[in-house]
Design a binder for this molecule. Structure first.
Ligand code: NAD
Ligand code: MG
Length: 380
């Protein structure tokens, strides 16, 4: 029986994780569950999965959550520090499924505690890869990538030496606007942008997929995970989303990972680690799929992709800036304050300004993130 701590239990990654738990009640038990503010859903999940502890990030809902769980033995806590404390509780696997910058500090706490972490939250490595990777090396923590491309690549890299690797290639579906020009997508509605062709995910990552910022963030994530510079990293649009990642080796071999577009595939790899976890996965029918297409990403069409790629190898403060500017712009788009096309423009405006701080330590990153958010909110 493996014990799990599930951060972001109410989200898309949380739900996919729980579906795998449902298939294997004899193999997994959930010790900790967290959510941001949806206390009703968290309480309902807690009653079903009986964790020892639930944490609601927004403290104003702690009482309501506790009231829902009255009469159970489930402990209730709230707030940012409580999340970090929960991340340090020893378990067999910490699933990091919080979205955005908010995922950083709980992941840091889990890394400090030397845990095995199924890392879905890509923003952690985007903003703090330069601190998290060495911290994991010292504490003995294991980072198992859950982002499908990185999970795919990690599988293709087993046994590889650095000098063997020519290139690591992530695939991208191209999102809902793959075939539109920048002008055509400028006034795309929220509904259109949220209509991802291949994956069902949370809102933030779905918008990032439509701008292709997601693929840019993933290149940064890959740079830290696999220790590669941008010269050995690339992304290709692959509309079928069957191949998730590829590695080109010095001897002419390419290893590619294929699978259905279902996050339970990479999640099961991380949950089962170091073994493979059998589950009722859709079987790929390659005859029916018949063809796999690839095309390069057009930087003019998707400027967010190029902006993110350009911060690989520069001062880490740039990635913090890019990430915060993007989180604010995406939330402004989702709340109807700016048109779709403005997301890229706003990130560009903020990224071209003088750096607002450094990213030398976690405290620097937290305050830089705040400064950039302040500026980004004033830009609209
Ligand atoms: P989501 O919006 O569906 O869920 C986010 C979860 O985080 C929710 O449980 C929410 O309550 C919690 N949360 C939100 N804000 C928080 C805060 N301030 N403090 C604490 N908790 C907070 O998001 P998702 O699609 O599940 O994505 C989660 C992460 O996984 C993201 O970083 C995303 O990039 C990554 N990821 C997701 C997918 C996917 O298929 N959904 C695929 C690859 C990577
Ligand atoms: Mg991905």
């Amino acid at each position: 029986m493996k014990t799990l701590s599930l951060f972001g239990a109410t989200g898309s990654i949380g739900q996919s994780t729980l579906k795998l738990v449902d298939e294997h009640p004899d193999q997994f038990s959930v010790s900790v569950m967290s959510a941001h503010s949806n206390y009703e859903k968290l309480a309902q999940l807690a009653k079903e999965y009986q964790p020892d502890l639930v944490v609601i990030a927004d403290s104003q809902y702690e009482r309501a959550l506790a009231a829902c769980l009255l009469g159970t033995s489930i402990r209730v806590t709230s707030g940012a520090d409580a999340l970090c404390e929960a991340a340090r509780i020893p378990v067999d696997c910490v699933v990091a499924g919080i979205v955005g910058f908010a995922g950083l500090m709980p992941v840091r706490a889990a890394v400090q505690a030397g845990q095995i972490i199924a890392l879905a939250n890509k923003e952690t490595l985007v903003v703090a890869g330069h601190l998290i990777m060495p911290l994991a090396a010292t504490s003995g923590a294991t980072l198992l990538p859950v982002d499908s491309e990185h999970n795919a690549i990690a599988q293709c890299l087993v046994g590889a030496r650095d000098e063997d690797i020519n290139k690591v290639v992530l695939t991208a579906s191209g999102g809902p606007f793959r075939d539109l020009s920048r002008t055509q997508m400028h006034h795309a509605t929220k509904e259109q942008a949220l209509l991802h062709p291949n994956w069902l995910m949370g809102q933030k990552i779905t918008i990032d997929s439509a701008t292709m910022m997601n693929k840019g963030l993933e290149l940064i994530e890959a740079a830290w995970l696999f220790g590669l510079g941008s010269d050995r990293l690339d992304a290709l649009i692959h509309p079928q989303s069957i191949v998730h990642g590829m590695v080109s080796y010095c001897d002419g071999s390419w290893l590619a990972h294929m699978g259905p577009a279902d996050m339970r595939v990479p999640l099961s790899h991380a949950l089962g680690y170091p073994r493979r976890l059998a589950w009722q996965a859709e079987r790929l029918d390659l005859v029916q799929i018949a063809r796999l297409d690839f095309q390069s990403v057009c930087h003019e069409q998707f400027p967010c992709f190029g902006m993110a790629k350009s911060v690989i190898g520069t001062d880490p403060a740039d990635a913090v800036t890019l990430n915060a500017a993007n989180e604010v712009a995406v939330s402004h788009f989702l709340s109807g304050k700016i048109p779709f096309g403005k997301i890229a423009e706003q990130v560009d405006t903020i990224l071209s300004q003088k750096r607002l701080g450094s990213a030398n330590g976690f405290d620097d990153i937290l305050s830089l993130d705040q400064e950039v958010r302040k500026l980004a909110r004033s830009v609209i």
